[in-house]
Design a protein around this ligand. Sequence first.
Ligand code: MN
Length: 204
Amino acid sequence: MGERNRLRDYRGKRDFHRTGEPEGGPPSSGEEPRFVVQIHDASTLHFDFRLQVDDVLKSWSIPKGPSDDPQDKRLAMPTEDHPMEYEEFEGVIPKGDYGGGTVIVWDHGTYEPLSHDRKGRAVDFAESLTHGHATFRLHGSKLHGEYALTRFRGGEDTDGEEAWLLVRAAKGRAPGHGTPDPRRARSARTGRTLAQVTADGPRE
Ligand code: MN
């Protein structure tokens, strides 16, 4: 499946003459896979969690955001694959458009795929996502450490909407601090809050 094809859902939902979001170009080949967490003040305020797999960003909408406390199991609803350039996207999507509202880059960086089978052998990360359980270590400016994404509803042999959980691995750690208030949180790219990006207008 080509990159053009994989972004069909993403492109079908947007009018790139209106939104400042990237349309997505040819794949870039970095060394380490990237991740980004955005805060998106759309019809409901939520976090968007994206992991680079091959040449796209696999995406989940997380109402409460990722937590660094292993006690917090965070609901993660899959959304369409996004282009790699979306990692940099921060701005205002026009009201009335798909996802209308302000986006900030809350955190970004690289991740190490850690997925393995029951015998402890490393498995292909994309394949582990297909099977509904993937583990990885984040190296962001805010998020650090091991996390797991696990599908608990829907998936390979079933109809209906998928639902996943994002959980921090316990691994003998003290509880973390949870997630900061998204209205006060600052961009890892520009230091701005949602309100400041909104005030700065639709284009950067
Ligand atoms: Mn979103």
